[in-house]
Write a protein that binds this ligand. Structure first.
Ligand SMILES: [Fe+2]
Ligand SMILES: [Fe+2]
Length: 160
């Protein structure tokens, strides 16, 4: 996990984490912080093991840690944040010694993580997307009535 630990210490990454914390200070809905990123990484890792998808843990953790950093940019919106996250992630992944091939693979998963149609768990982008949605504790959320997620999307019971 050396390269994942490099991401956690990366100057740009820390800057985006700090920006996110400031931007979302008064957000009433789920936040996009290190805790969310680690929840997604660990759930994705569990799915990876359960389905024997054999995806490298470093790729899972890198994609999960980076998938929402685009929300730190002032011009993001719900639909564009995945693409912005991928754009910002490229330099971080390069600085943390990931190869071009690995970078393209991880960026593709980040770009597609918000795709509502990804419900299978066969590859990194699908596992990231499913883990992202499973990470939210709607079952204890006080503002779930005003959340934009559809009733079908909300986690009204704990699954894993
Ligand atoms: Fe997202
Ligand atoms: Fe997310």
């Amino acid at each position: 996990m050396d390269r994942v630990n490099k991401i956690l210490k990366n100057h740009d990454y820390r800057k985006y984490l700090n920006e996110l914390q400031k931007i979302e200070k008064n957000r009433k809905f789920c936040r996009h912080n290190l805790s969310h990123f680690l929840d997604v990484a660990r759930i994705a890792s569990i799915i990876n093991l359960k389905t024997n998808a054999q995806i490298d843990d470093e790729h899972i953790y890198a994609a999960a840690l980076l998938h929402d950093i685009g929300r730190a940019q002032p011009n993001f919106n719900e639909t564009s944040h995945a693409a912005i996250s991928a754009k910002l992630s490229e330099k971080i992944l390069r600085d943390c010694c990931f190869s071009d091939l690995e970078i393209n693979y991880i960026l593709d998963a980040i770009i597609r993580h918000d795709d509502k149609n990804l419900n299978n768990v066969k590859n990194l982008s699908e596992i990231l997307s499913v883990a992202d949605k499973l990470s939210r504790p709607c079952y204890v959320c006080d503002v779930k009535e005003s959340c934009f997620w559809s009733l079908k999307q909300k986690n009204l019971e704990l699954k894993i």
